[in-house]
Write a protein that binds this ligand. Sequence first.
Ligand code: UD1
Ligand code: UDP
Length: 407
Amino acid sequence: MNQAEHRQENSLPTDRRSRARWRSEAFHHVVRTILFVVGTRPEAIKMAPVILACRREPWVRIRVLATAQHREMLDQVLNVFDIKADIDLNIMRENQTLPELTARLMIALNDAFARENPDVVLGQGDTTSVMVAALAAFYRHIPFGHVESGLRTGDLNYPFPEEMNRVVAGHLARWHFAPTQSARDNLLAEGIDETRITVTGNTVIDALIEASKRCDKHAPKIAPGQRLVLVTAHRRENFGGPFAEICRAIRHLADVRSDVEFLYPVHPNPNVRDAALTLLGKHPRIHLCDPMEYLSFVAAMKSAYFILSDSGGVQEEAPALGKPVLVLRSETERPEAVNEGVVKLVGTDFNAIVSESLRLLDDSHAYQSMARGISPYGDGHASQRIVDVLGQDLVTHAWPHKVLNAC
Ligand code: UD1
Ligand code: UDP
């Protein structure tokens, strides 16, 4: 059966009244347990709207499992969205290594899945928490749904280890919620069955729209005549020399441009924090702070003139807010905004960062062409699309035959 036929066979009624009747009839007696795994800040931001959408569904019993691969940064996000973890594995250790993190996650997630025995495990993105959750679910024959599936650079080492994480999670998933058409194409090219893929948009835009409504009172204060450049950087492949180059470029820009202030919420990873404090501390126009709570960070993005970042999530959010991003990486798994010309890859080379930043500051034509305000990653309805697909597969007659056979 091709994807169109599959969708038609399983499609929900389209008008609102029949849809409501379909829901109440189909879901009257059925409750399915979905266990949401969140480990780090971006997973929580992107999974929160899906959890909130599930709260409206009578057929879902929600269980939220925080691996707490991140501690403070995860808690910050769960608080903003008023989500409380039902299970907290409290995994994080100071300066954790990938092997020990992976090992501790596997043992703890396997135990938790055994106790909870959910119908479905849902994970998001490309962290170690997601990769291990997919594997632990596979070992226990629990179907796994992958939110933000199909992002690829095509190089297993970049970003490290995220590209490997998402390839592994992707190949173990029963449901692939691809944010874009190109993510779907990546999955098809790897032989994933098209009936398992749904292009939903990225749930980060759902979260951003909600945060955007609530964030204005958190806006940073900027002196008259000054422009704000927001900075984030945390990627493992940039540790050491590349990160020092990024800092040298920022310090140079701050030295030569007295009309620009830099705001940099520093990631708590010691490899980042120690270097940032050493290389960027004590400059009057470089403001280093702890990771910002999500609403404050969205307010800062809205106030920024442009953004320097190696973050995945920021590459998705900033275009929707009309803010140019210079990406401190040489590749990206998010080509859509680059192709639209609103995000630019500048890598970690001092000269490239300085010259592209000065271009945005001084060339209004170049600036305007990148500040167009487009949203290639979503329309704000991704979460509901995900919940609808799960509802069809878990609650209609297709369950359990189709799902179990497919795993
Ligand atoms: C992780 C993800 C990365 C994601 C990033 C988002 C992996 C391998 N990496 O990278 O894909 O882009 O999160 O931010 O999954 N720390 C704290 N408090 C916190 C969070 C982190 O102190 O709330 C410190 C700890 O010392 C911890 C270290 O940061 O050991 C590294 O955390 P880890 O999750 O291993 O890696 P990240 O670099 O945060
Ligand atoms: N973010 C935040 N506070 C900060 C920096 C970032 O809330 O101080 C948000 C940002 O809006 C985005 C997400 O965190 O939604 C990105 O997380 P991160 O850069 O840590 O991870 P990545 O997206 O690179 O995996």
